[in-house]
Design a protein around this ligand. Structure first.
Ligand SMILES: Nc1nc2c(c(=O)[nH]1)N[C@H]1C(S)=C(S)[C@@H](COP(=O)(O)OP(=O)(O)OC[C@H]3O[C@@H](n4cnc5c(=O)[nH]c(N)nc54)[C@H](O)[C@@H]3O)O[C@H]1N2
Ligand SMILES: Nc1nc2c(c(=O)[nH]1)N[C@H]1C(S)=C(S)[C@@H](COP(=O)(O)OP(=O)(O)OC[C@H]3O[C@@H](n4cnc5c(=O)[nH]c(N)nc54)[C@H](O)[C@@H]3O)O[C@H]1N2
Ligand code: SF4
Ligand SMILES: [Mo]
Length: 793
């Protein structure tokens, strides 16, 4: 460790939340149940009023209604839907969008951008819906109204003045409909670049990479019916009670048919420990334990865990030999590799005992049909791709792909993130997709791979990208290394955001900035003078239509499709794409989707079926593996134990029960017992005591990375919380300044949001945090460096 370090600590906005009010209640909390219904209704009625609430929530996830803009969990088949087919957090997502609070031009006249930049995401989001296009002219202090035509002309001017199309980057968040996504990627490729970063780069990219390499397709292999039929379900690195609440109903259904559930998670997440189904009269009073076995794994221990399970399956000969012989390759190397398994390493990496792992492996060996579900606890580590390949190994050993009730199930985040990829939002889209575009539209799309999320930040920082365009999302809030990302955005000539609500990306801006307000999923889309509908794809590859029931909050909003097509018309000369026809009738887009996107033949007709249609998935449907060898691939990876120096901890950043990514619904994490604040650091009670801290003490979190820059996030309250020793947890996005930009997963380039090496300092021990990145600060003195025997060194 060098003696002098640079110290980076920008003052982050905190002033709208009085964190000293935070209350912590350590009693355990059941998920869902009557409280969930009450909270959902209170929030919905509070923001939308009773009439809007009733007319909206009853249309949510119904066949003739609109798709929930929350997570990507699938809907039951049409004949199995309830009248109220949504969860507490789905209701919050709808209420947040359908709020009656509006943000008008007076608001922007009153609040300078500097003022807004001092506000929390919570405050910004609560100001209401954006109602008209706004521009921040170069050097201006305030956003001011701009006409749509001027806005498009401004963007087109910037784009057409670039030396090369690769000097612009076009981000997508995962709510964008299939129609908008298809039109958007077509516009970007017509303009001449594959710079199409998306939220997936920060999310399930690792799953896509691992699955393409091993089973030939980057999507999960199960349906909702498979979940219901499974005999064993592993829920790994996922908190469904908060982030995919209706998944709990599916797990409950599986359990009622005799399935067992194993939860693998450093934390005892509420839905997996206790659950009450609000739709089941009995469930309102009776709690059922969901997980039959909970393994409190150390952060980043999953690769070792699955490899150990695989070695036991081999040892016990609990293998599907017919499947392996016919469909898989790599078995011989794998068997040799796991024969040498080093159990000491496995125990160090997982923090579990051999007996615990053996118990889980026994349940897996005994199960005739197993599904493994996972989310961000698996995908956001440096070795995530290898970890997911290890999950695939275990599935292949038992022939658990392409069999009812079995499979691999990456549970996607945003409601249409999977659909956006299917529609070509991908900086590395395969050549056959580009060929299909060329053949359909008669222009040659660029072939060179584009920039992903981290690549875009680096290119903005280095001045190689001059224009940032965001289709939804909150790039600045969601990206890693907040200071670096903010500096990169400020370096752009133009930043543009198509948005529904105000967020940090609007107030940390380029030389010129635009906010383009869009219709939300819950609203009537009358573009082109007719009622338009859009289509989306869920986490299990089911595609269906969505039509919003509500009147838009302002007559000046445009649909995302309209915005893209109008921008294309303003920017591109002599485009062979019929942009005006696309805009006026989305059916025209769907006709092209049918001809370009694999698996989408007769798209417009098929989405009309009640419940839509399911896209083909060769391994699931026919055990066809479109890899190089034509077979599913078993991989052999050495186990490396994440090295944490003494007195340091592994930090994960996660979601509270009261947020959707950077949109903060409220300040309560009911299931974890936190009320009224977000700047908390959950720490093992023994670690807390051994390090000499007090419950409730306010500390700074300092991330240590090989570039020797100290990244500091200040003023977090310590909360003793049951988890493996050496592990700590804080909320996203408050902890994002701690994630180094170049700390990313191998081959997927996903930021390492879930295993950050940190130390904990008392205030005043590290840097002063007065503003910009500071000069050198000697960290040798004053830092808390307890010698903790539980850390591996
Ligand atoms: N209400 C709500 N719903 C959402 C979202 C939201 O913010 N709010 N976000 C949406 C999006 S975009 C996504 S991607 C998903 C995210 O869904 P999740 O992945 O459930 O979200 P996180 O809060 O990041 O939770 C990560 C979980 O993994 C565990 N974990 C962390 N590290 C490890 C590890 O190394 N090993 C293991 N085994 N477990 C680990 C954590 O303890 C936690 O339970 O949810 C989607 N749905
Ligand atoms: N530390 C840490 N960082 C993370 C993660 C983590 O676990 N830890 N998770 C990562 C993951 S999994 C993801 S997916 C990303 C999420 O990154 P993003 O998808 O970029 O972020 P969101 O917070 O979902 O975006 C919220 C904004 O979207 C806009 N919006 C909402 N609805 C609509 C709509 O219908 N149309 C349009 N045009 N705009 C809309 C609103 O203006 C709102 O402010 O964050 C990543 N960042
Ligand atoms: S589980 Fe997800 S998609 Fe379903 S209602 Fe809840 S938030 Fe919406
Ligand atoms: Mo995500």
């Amino acid at each position: 460790m060098p003696a002098r370090l640079r110290n980076q600590s920008r003052q982050v906005p905190t002033r709208d939340i009085d964190e000293s009010e935070v209350e912590v209640d350590s009693t355990s909390h059941a998920a869902a149940g009557a409280t969930a219904v009450a909270v959902a209704m209170r929030r919905a009625v509070g923001q939308m009023g009773p009439v809007r609430t009733a007319s909206t929530l009853l249309r949510l996830n119904q066949v003739d209604g609109f798709d929930c803009q929350g997570c990507a969990w699938p809907d039951p088949s049409p004949d199995h839907r309830h009248t109220a087919e949504f969860c507490e957090n789905g209701a919050k997502a709808v209420a947040e969008e359908a709020t009656r609070q509006l943000l008008d031009r007076e608001f922007f006249a009153t609040h300078s951008v500097e003022d807004l930049a001092g506000r929390t995401e919570f405050w910004l989001g609560k100001q209401g819906r954006l109602t008209e296009p706004m521009v921040l002219r170069p050097g201006a202090t305030h956003y001011e109204p701009v006409s749509w035509d001027d806005a498009f002309a401004t963007i087109a001017g910037h784009l057409n003045r670039l030396d090369h199309p690769d000097q612009a980057t076009f981000y997508t968040s995962g709510k964008t409909s299939n129609e908008a996504a298809f039109a958007y990627q077509l516009f970007v490729r017509s303009f001449g670049t594959n710079n199409l970063p998306d939220c997936s780069n920060m999310c399930h990219e690792s799953s896509g990479s691992a699955l393409v390499d091993t089973i030939g397709i980057g999507k999960g292999s199960v349906s909702l019916e498979d979940i219901h039929q499974a005999k064993l379900i592993l829920v790994v690195g996922q908190n469904p009670g908060t982030n995919h609440p209706r998944m709990l109903s599916a797990l409950e259904e599986a359990k009622s048919r005799g399935a067992k559930i194993i939860a693998i998670n450093p934390l005892q997440e509420a839905g997996l420990v206790r659950f009450k189904n609000p739709q089941n009269a009995k469930g309102l009073t009776v709690g059922t334990g969901m997980a039959d076995l909970h393994l409190p794994i150390r952060l980043n221990g999953d690769l070792a865990f699955f490899q150990a399970v695989g070695s036991l399956l081999v040892e016990w000969d609990a293998l599907d030999h017919d499947f392996l012989e016919q469909y898989a390759t790599g078995l011989e190397e794998y068997v040799a590799h796991v024969a040498d398994l080093d159990w000491a390493k496995v125990e160090a990496s997982t923090g579990l005992t051999r007996a615990q792992i053996t118990e889980a492996a026994r349940m897996i060996a005994d199960s005739p049909a197993t599904i493994t579900c996972w989310a961000m606890g698996i995908t956001q580590h440096h070795n995530s791709v290898a970890t997911i390949k290890e999950i695939v190994n275990v599935a292949l050993l038992q022939g658990n792909i392409g069999r009812p009730g079995a499979g691999v199930c990456p549970v996607r985040g945003h409601s249409n993130v999977q659909g956006d990829r299917t529609m070509g939002i991908w900086e590395r889209v395969p050549d056959h997709f580009l060929d299909a575009i060329r053949d359909e539209f008669g222009f040659e799309p660029p072939r060179e791979h584009g920039l992903d999320t981290v690549g875009s930040i680096e290119a903005l920082r280095d001045g190689k990208v001059r224009v940032f365009f965001g289709m939804g999302g909150n790039f600045v809030g969601a990206a890693p290394d907040t200071d670096a990302t903010e500096a990169a955005m400020r370096n752009a000539a133009l930043t543009v955001h198509v948005s529904t609500k105000l967020n940090r990306s609007h107030v940390v801006h380029g030389g010129e900035a635009l906010i383009l307000p869009a219709l939300g999923r819950s609203e009537k889309d009358l573009t082109g003078g007719k009622v338009q509908r859009v289509t989306v794809e869920d986490s299990m590859s089911a595609v269906h239509a969505s039509r919003g029931p509500l009147d838009p909050p302002s007559e000046h909003l445009k649909s995302e499709v309209d915005i893209i097509c109008s921008l294309a018309l303003a920017t591109l000369e002599d485009s062979p794409v019929p942009w005006a026809a696309f805009r006026d009738d989305y059916t025209e887009i769907r006709r092209r989707i049918a001809r370009v996107v694999p698996g989408c033949a007769a798209y417009d007709e098929k989405v009309d079926e009640p419940g839509g249609f399911v896209l083909p998935h060769p391994p699931r449907d026919n055990r066809i593996f479109e890899t190089k060898s034509g077979k599913a691939v078993l991989t052999s990876t050495p186990i490396d134990v994440l090295d944490v120096p003494r007195g340091r901890y592994l930090l994960q950043t996660m979601r509270s029960h009261d947020q959707f990514n950077t949109t903060i619904y409220g300040l309560d994490d009911r299931y974890r017992g936190v009320k009224g604040g977000r700047r908390v650091l959950f720490m093992n009670p023994d670690d807390l005591r051994d390090a000499g801290f007090k419950d409730g003490e306010v500390i700074d979190i300092v991330s240590e990375w090989k570039d020797d820059v100290e990244r500091i996030a200040r003023s977090f309250r310590l909360v003793p919380y049951d988890q493996p020793r050496g592990c700590v947890a804080a909320y996203y996005p408050e902890a994002n300044p701690l994630v180094p930009l170049d700390s990313t997963a191998e081959s997927s380039n996903t930021p390492v949001y879930k295993s950050i090496v940190v130390r904990i300092d008392r205030p005043g021990q590290s840097g002063q945090g007065t503003g910009d990145a500071q000069g050198s600060a000697d960290q040798g003195e004053g830092s808390t460096r307890q010698d903790d025997p539980h850390h591996l060194s």
